[in-house]
Design a protein around this ligand. Sequence first.
Ligand code: ADP
Ligand code: MG
Length: 241
Amino acid sequence: MMIEVKELYKSFGELHVLKGIDCEIKEREVVCVIGPSGSGKSTFLRCLNRLEEISSGKVVISGYDVSDPKTDINRMRAEVGMVFQRFNLFPHMTVIENIMLAPMKIRGEARDAAFQKGMELLRKVGLEDKADVYPDNLSGGQMQRVAIARALAMNPKVMLFDEPTSALDPELVGEVLEVMKNLANEGMTMVVVTHEMGFAREVGDRIIFMDRGVIMEEGEPEHIFSNPQNERTKEFLRKVL
Ligand code: ADP
Ligand code: MG
């Protein structure tokens, strides 16, 4: 099991955002999380790598018990890659420098090795010709592909994506989804919060429909998209499909 979540609750003061989430995600599984805005999808993802402190329950990811205060969070984070909606590349560093930074600083990798690995990752995301360019000179789609390469530079065991394409112009969405699809095909364990239903259906092994802080329904894409059981799932899909 790559991720185990038991009875996860998360509140911000009086606001109860996650109300008892249970879920298990296996190695190499691609799980797409869908649901209305405000249902707690981002909060759920952020609880997985303790970007948010959980209120109660248990979260184990890549063997690290996130709910245990004694857990070395930095070691855990080195194994859990995350890509956000808005590309958070360092603007004062070139593309390759952005990618080499964490492996050198956190892993202590030698410059040469980090560079070789970085170039290999840029090839993988189709951007080797952009190595020496500053982020300002990239399109949103290219920035997001660099963000994925940068996360992969740490050799993560699992990748978390929070709406990686929703800030992009429509014509740039495809190139990012393509990179994610390749990653899935290579066997990366992935949790993807997305509004791209086509991607979820094609690439997801499992779909989780979240609503108002709970998992309302989950199952194989075929089941969720063609034969949803829950009224809320049906209503949501009617709006987005
Ligand atoms: P989603 O990603 O499904 O749109 P979120 O997890 O971002 O939903 O948000 C769920 C709810 O939690 C929203 O009502 C949001 O305003 C609230 N929320 C999220 N983060 C915080 C925070 N840091 N402080 C207070 N409320 C928050
Ligand atoms: Mg969100």
